[in-house]
Write a protein that binds this ligand. Structure first.
Ligand code: DON
Length: 309
């Protein structure tokens, strides 16, 4: 499978690239601050295995919060729907992704959903495996199948940088341990979580994962089932209700498709049955979403009538 450069798509990228000046690259994970602010690339993977791109689409970036939806798909397979949602809720928060406040005020004390940091940490804690290494191997093998990237790995510098500075995420974990939402060793959990966030790929490989979701869990090339249909549906629903954090409502109105963003500037978007879309644009708006990436999706959604609503 190769991806072809597309002029029309490149015109849209050129049109929205100036917006990157108005955002900021994430710097609370120090290694992410090295990103090139005006980078912008997009790949659209059609479920019939055509692919179009614009921008430097082979440039790698780390998944960050996009990994949350993938690890959720694995945890649901490992533990079943009931076990997972006994410990993590299904409701949007309206708060920033790393907020701690609702953990204390929600009764029972469990994270509101798996797309915020607290919920994602709880979900990573559910992955089966005797050791941290086994859990990590299961996550990376699963994402390898979804992306079809044989040498998929993680950015060790970004993972180490987050591990050294993730005091707020550690706080969320200790709070949840006190309330029996998670168990086990917090540092081991932090190691798996920071590695999963640092998984590295380009927008073509990300778009391919989108195509798997567009097909409700089927591999677009082999037709093999990679995710059970009911789990693919749950993941896409969370992408609609919580995927763009506290900007999910506006995104649903302006774009209207399941999507998940990460602070490194990636966006995974899904047009059911038709396309997986991968975007990389590290300049972020105030809520932590790729500023030019969102605009690009708004324009595409209007031109090609993407909205599922
Ligand atoms: O846990 C964190 O803060 C990061 N590893 C991921 C956060 C993230 O991508 C939120 N995105 N918008």
């Amino acid at each position: 499978m190769t991806c072809k450069s597309n002029k029309e798509l490149q015109n849209i990228v050129n049109e929205v690239r100036p917006l990157t000046k108005e955002g900021m690259v994430a710097d609370y994970i120090p290694a992410l601050a090295k990103a090139t602010k005006n980078d912008l690339s997009v790949a659209i993977y059609e479920t019939n295995n055509n692919c179009l791109y614009a921008g430097s689409y082979l440039k790698n970036f780390t998944l960050q919060s996009i990994s949350k939806v993938l690890v959720l798909a694995l945890a649901l397979q490992d533990r079943g729907v009931e076990y997972v949602f006994d410990r993590v809720g299904m409701e949007p928060t309206g708060d920033p992704f790393n907020s701690i406040s609702k953990l204390e005020t929600s009764i029972p004390s469990k994270p509101l959903n798996p797309m915020i940091n607290a919920g994602a940490l709880a979900v990573t804690n559910m992955i089966r495996g005797e050791s941290e290494a086994e859990k990590w191997n299961r996550i990376i093998s699963f994402v390898k199948c979804l992306s079809n990237k044989k040498n998929l790995s993680y950015d060790t510098e970004v993972a180490a940088s987050e591990l050294e500075t993730a005091w707020l995420n550690r706080s969320l974990c200790y709070f949840m341990k006190q309330h029996n939402v998670i168990d086990g060793d917090i540092e081991e959990l932090m190691m798996v979580y920071t590695k999963q966030c640092a998984i590295e790929m380009n927008c073509f490989e990300l778009a391919r994962i989108g195509a798997v979701f567009a097909l409700n869990g089927l591999d677009p090339e082999t037709g093999e089932r990679l995710i059970p249909i009911h789990i693919a549906r749950i993941c896409k629903t969370f992408m609609v209700t919580c995927g763009m954090y506290n900007a999910s409502g506006e995104f649903a109105i302006k774009v209207g498709i399941p999507a998940k963003s990460g602070v490194a500037g990636g966006i995974l978007a899904v047009v059911p049955e038709k396309y997986g879309i991968g975007i990389f644009g590290p300049s972020l708006d105030k809520k932590g979403n790729s500023i030019a990436g969102i605009k690009l999706l708004e324009i595409l959604a209007q031109q090609y009538d993407f909205s599922i609503f």
